[in-house]
Design a protein around this ligand. Structure first.
Ligand code: NI
Length: 169
């Protein structure tokens, strides 16, 4: 947070299944795994393209985390399904060590392409919907602290959740 590249709107991908795109995805997966993340957007590694990856398996290590399929999502479009909003805690690999309570649409449809240009079209809820909204915000230069309504619900992970292992987005 503070790097100008995180605040710029990212550009659409035009060419699919290219070496450039596959190399970018290798970098993104390596970064996400090294930092123990559940999602990552290309601007977080300094690349201004509309590419996000996310996914996590349900595991006893993170009992609160629902499984989300491993996904490459390019040029995403999010459509809220209904008016319902939910607040929950988020962290971000670009805002290390902090957590905040963030409102998100409870139900969304998301569309886009994978790295081969194959269409993706899913309707999801809850944690899956939250992760997608968080990652896609990165493509529009929005970091989750900008969405926190009550700044008393923003703080250091080790103060808010002592001793707990937590995944960032
Ligand atoms: Ni993030």
């Amino acid at each position: 947070m503070g790097d100008a590249r995180l605040l710029h709107p990212a550009k659409p991908v035009i060419h699919f299944d290219t070496q450039h795109l596959h190399d970018l995805l290798v970098d993104m997966r390596d970064t996400m795994q090294a930092l123990n993340g559940v999602g990552l957007a290309a601007p977080q590694i300094g690349v201004g393209l509309r590419v996000v990856i996310f996914g996590v398996q349900h595991s006893p290590r993170y009992p609160d985390v629902e499984g989300v399929p491993e996904t490459v999502l390019i040029n995403p479009v999010i459509t809220p399904l209904g008016e319902a909003m939910e607040e929950d805690w988020e962290g971000c690999l670009s805002v290390p060590g902090l957590r905040g309570l963030v409102p998100r649409h409870a139900h969304i449809r998301y569309q886009g392409m994978d790295e081969y240009g194959e269409p993706i079209d899913r309707s999801v809820s809850g944690f899956h919907a939250r992760v997608v909204q968080h990652e896609c915000d990165h493509l529009d230069g929005i970091l989750y602290p900008m969405r926190i309504r009550d700044m008393s619900k923003f703080g250091y992970t080790e103060e808010l959740f002592p001793g707990k292992e937590i995944l960032d987005e």
